[in-house]
Design a protein around this ligand. Sequence first.
Ligand code: NAD
Length: 380
Amino acid sequence: MRTVKKLTGLGVDAQIVLVNKNPYHYQTTELHEVAAGTKEPADITFDVARTFANKKNVQVLIDEVIRIDQDAKSVELKNNAPLQYDYLVNSLGFESETFGIKGANENGWPIVDIDTALAARKHLEDTLKRYKSSHDPNDLRIIVCGAGFTSIEYIGELVYRMPKLAKQYGFPLDEVKIECIEAGPRILGMFDQNLSQWGVEYLEKKGVNFHVSTPITEVKSNAVMSNDQEFTANTIIWTTGVRGSHVIADSGYDQKRNRVVVADDLRVNGQPDQFLIGDVSGVANPGNGRLYPTTAQISIAEADCAAQNLAALLKGQPTKKFVFNALGTVCSLGPKVGIASIDMFGHWNLKGWIAGVAKKLIADRSTLELTNIRTMLGND
Ligand code: NAD
């Protein structure tokens, strides 16, 4: 969506078809808030067709992409006839990754789109509500699988909302147990030690138990196994990571976990009419040759670069190399608090409400750039 918005501002003479599965677009960085119930879907979504209502050369088509026929240069859709293209920008996003762990699909609640976030929230609320009549301690136990950003940000929202839920559903707050189970040796290991420690202690003080070096090997209907160790709970949130859209593998790309390593101008090697950006794209850091992690920040930069390079091709000009200057990392620990490592005008480690403000400013700026000031202020 951002690429289209940018392209329309670059004065290209082209017919653009934007295919989107839903009539709305959502900020993926805020899905954990919908799952925890601190935000409603309307707070993080906006209408795609309305965003482009006054752009005559943009057609919005609500449909699901099934496959890309790279030889025939066509996009196969679920409900409409295939679309032929001269140029394709593929930004089909991510899906939950289970790494083939037994029972993860069936028994874990992922947070990967609006529907799954709402389903996870409904299950949590129903289970907490049930405690009043069941008195089953597992109804008050929540296991969060993995301790990546999604898990930690979800837990931050959850501990913020829990006192209100306890009041609403009449369960004892001090009997709620949130267990976060992580395979790696550290929590928030991407931050400096003092910052990650502050974040971990902040959540521990709110009753969260972290288990590191504890790889999950199986997920049962009300238990998570790490080899012989068993953790029981009636709510199991599955946030152990993501993979790109299955359409990538289904379309025969040379891929790993549905991510394709692209050329330095974001085009697909051997397919000069295709750009791949976001979670389906593997972009190498020229500094060390390793792929950048797929974050919202890099996806935004890729969308802008793909728009500029596509405009250049349409004007018969050469493309430019993608350059990424990371501005840092922010991890929220609830609606108002967080930790942040910012690289702007020097290096800044922030913790507490100031990091929460930084996160909100970044989210608002992203919404503003995609839509308009009314949407950002919540008046749409
Ligand atoms: P992630 O890959 O960042 O984290 C998943 C975590 O689960 C890892 O710590 C991993 O060690 C753990 N894990 C995997 N398998 C496990 C197992 N079997 N048992 C126990 N633990 C296991 O995934 P994510 O949190 O969904 O984030 C996806 C991407 O989006 C990442 O690149 C992330 O940086 C980005 N993101 C960024 C932000 C932010 O910048 N604030 C917020 C959300 C997501």
